[in-house]
Design a protein around this ligand. Structure first.
Ligand SMILES: C[S@@+](CC[C@H](N)C(=O)[O-])C[C@H]1O[C@@H](n2cnc3c(N)ncnc32)[C@H](O)[C@@H]1O
Length: 240
């Protein structure tokens, strides 16, 4: 499963960067989550872990919170598109860091991608200092103007292994949580562009080869009309 996730993101680095350059969707999300983290930390944090850093939207924003940002990602190709120093290829389910080393661990649109969010949350808790914070944001879906879930009425072959509910349950086991929702608007064309990223189309059709799954996602979304609302759940916990 992990190999498949890594391969999917390796194959997605360029299309992901292009989507982000055109829409700034993840930068908006990362800015909101970085603000939540900044507000939660009383002292100036020096050590932040960007867990699932990807091509760098979240890394860039976390650097406004503290200088010592480590950008960790499973995918070498995604990291190669991330212009920061301090990049580490690794799995956030098995962090290659010592206990108590970070003031904050931040999962910007990444924690729901692991089949085992409990394990990733246990690892985040282990590397956090006492009083440090963990933050995550996970997708709640895409909604048409009439409030309809875009994927509810469209036939799908599968659903992804974890979602916002699993992320909340995993975090709730270890942390007292603050949580809320965010919305952003996106056009139907940008939704189609998003699902043309192989790793994103893999959440709809995980067993198909990349070209086929992207083609199938395009067909699936061909008639969707915009503007659409994308909804996200953010969560914040403090390490006791
Ligand atoms: C949707 S992207 C978000 C990237 C970035 N945080 C941003 O704001 O643009 C999710 C990233 O999580 C990474 N990822 C998925 N599972 C991971 C794991 N178990 N450990 C580390 N990174 C992982 C993927 O490789 C991908 O780069």
């Amino acid at each position: 499963m992990k190999d498949a996730i890594r391969r999917n993101f390796d194959a997605s680095a360029v299309t992901y960067r292009e989507f982000e350059a055109e829409t700034g969707q993840f930068e908006t999300l990362a800015t909101r989550l970085a603000t939540v983290v900044d507000d939660a930390l009383e002292d100036d944090p020096v050590r932040l872990l960007d867990a699932g850093a990807g091509t760098g939207a979240s890394t860039h924003r976390l650097r406004t919170v503290g200088d010592g940002v480590v950008a960790l990602d499973l995918s070498r190709e995604m990291l190669l598109e991330n212009p920061t120093t301090g990049r580490v290829q690794g799995d956030f389910d098995a962090l290659p860091f010592a206990t108590d080393g970070f003031d904050a661990v931040v999962f910007t649109a990444s924690l729901f991608l692991t089949p085992d969010p409990e394990r990733a949350v246990a690892e985040a808790s282990r590397v956090l200092r006492s009083g440090g914070v963990v933050a995550a944001v996970a997708p709640l879906g895409w909604y048409a103007a009439d409030g309809r879930d875009v994927f509810e009425t469209l036939a799908r072959d599968s659903r992804s292994p974890s979602d916002a509910t699993d992320v909340e349950a995993a975090l709730q086991d270890r942390f007292a949580l603050e949580t809320g929702t965010w919305e952003s608007e996106i056009s139907a064309d940008h939704l189609r562009q998003f699902y043309s990223i192989p790793a994103v189309a893999a959440r709809l059709y995980p067993t198909l080869p990349p070209d086929e799954r992207v083609q199938k996602a395009r067909t699936l979304l061909a008639d969707v009309e915009g503007p659409l609302e994308q909804r996200w759940q953010w969560l914040l916990g403090r390490n006791e």
